[in-house]
Design a protein around this ligand. Structure first.
Ligand code: DGL
Length: 294
């Protein structure tokens, strides 16, 4: 599983709920977050690098938890990979189309996600009768990352500022199209009221992954608890608190690793050496599965 930072741990949280026995390796590109304000070309390059890094750990499947990556990079990168890669767009679109019937859906996300219109197209491909309105909410990510509590006045102000015009339209469902937004489920639910369904991509992705693993006969035997090992490209002291907030469980240890250049180092013995200044990379080659990640 990978994300631009630690927000993707909200998807990991849902994966662990639905698939408690799987071994999860998480890569958070904390040195280069946010992706949501970057160009498509840059997000694609980062995605290729991270997938190159993860492929070395021989995953059965890769999950792009980052909604921005799923929206702007996966259509191009998916066909280059030797293993299946699951993004959040299609599972979330299917879920929201199911709950919204034939009515109005509001999609919230980063600037890049909204500009791509990926969620809008995916929802309307499933049901052209659904009307979709979109709204980028760029301040939500830094507010969540700052660790503000859900009833914080600034969070309520940002919600009002971005979403008043959407609320007036009376949506039937709101798609939380960003890794960080499930943390704001409480205040968003209060704001829209009980008649509006808030759809969180994490659960939709977890259910789809479960289906795909079963179909490909890749399910892990249910004889040992699942594991979670976290790799990050930068390790600031506040990450442990932030990680716990997103994952819903304490994350005591992050392994530092860098993804830059991994897309170009395919099959090169050079990557088995300890590259100067990148201690995390050689750590991973020694024995990734034995490291205590969580
Ligand atoms: N992970 C990103 C997403 O879900 C949010 C943070 C960022 O902008 O990188 O779109």
């Amino acid at each position: 599983v990978f994300d631009s930072g630690l927000g993707g741990l909200t998807v990991v949280r849902a994966l662990r709920e639905h698939l408690p026995f799987v071994e999860i390796v998480y890569f958070g590109d904390t040195a280069r977050v946010p992706y949501g304000s970057k160009s498509e070309g840059t997000v694609r390059r980062f995605t290729r690098e991270i997938c190159g890094f993860l492929l070395d750990l021989r995953p059965k499947v890769i999950v792009a938890a980052c909604h921005t990556v799923s929206a702007v990079a996966l259509p191009a990168v998916r066909r280059e990979l030797p293993v299946p890669i699951l993004g959040v767009v299609r599972p979330a679109a299917a879920e929201v189309a199911r709950v919204a019937g034939r009515k109005l859906v509001a999609v919230l996300g980063t600037e890049a996600t909204i500009a791509s219109r990926a969620f809008e197209h995916a929802i309307q491909a499933l049901n052209p009768a659904i009307r979709v309105v979109q709204k980028p909410c760029p301040l939500f990510v830094p507010l969540v990352e700052e660790g503000r509590s859900p009833d914080d006045a600034l969070i309520r102000l940002a919600i009002e500022e971005y979403l008043a015009p959407i609320k007036r339209l009376g949506p039937d469902a709101v798609l939380l199209g960003c890794t960080h937004y499930p943390v704001l489920r409480g205040p968003l639910g209060d704001y829209f009221g009980p008649g509006v369904e808030l759809v969180d991509c994490g659960h939709a992705v977890a259910r789809e992954l479960k289906r795909q693993l079963a179909r490909r006969r890749l399910t892990s035997p249910a004889n040992a608890p699942g594991t979670l090992h976290c790799y990050v490209s930068d390790c600031a002291p506040r990450f442990a608190a932030l990680g716990e907030r997103f994952a819903g469980l304490p994350i005591r240890h992050f392994i530092r690793a860098q993804a830059e250049g991994w897309d170009r180092r395919q099959a090169s013995p050079a990557r088995l050496r300890r590259p100067a200044g990148q201690p995390g990379v050689s750590e991973i080659h020694e024995s990734p599965r034995l490291r205590q990640g969580a």
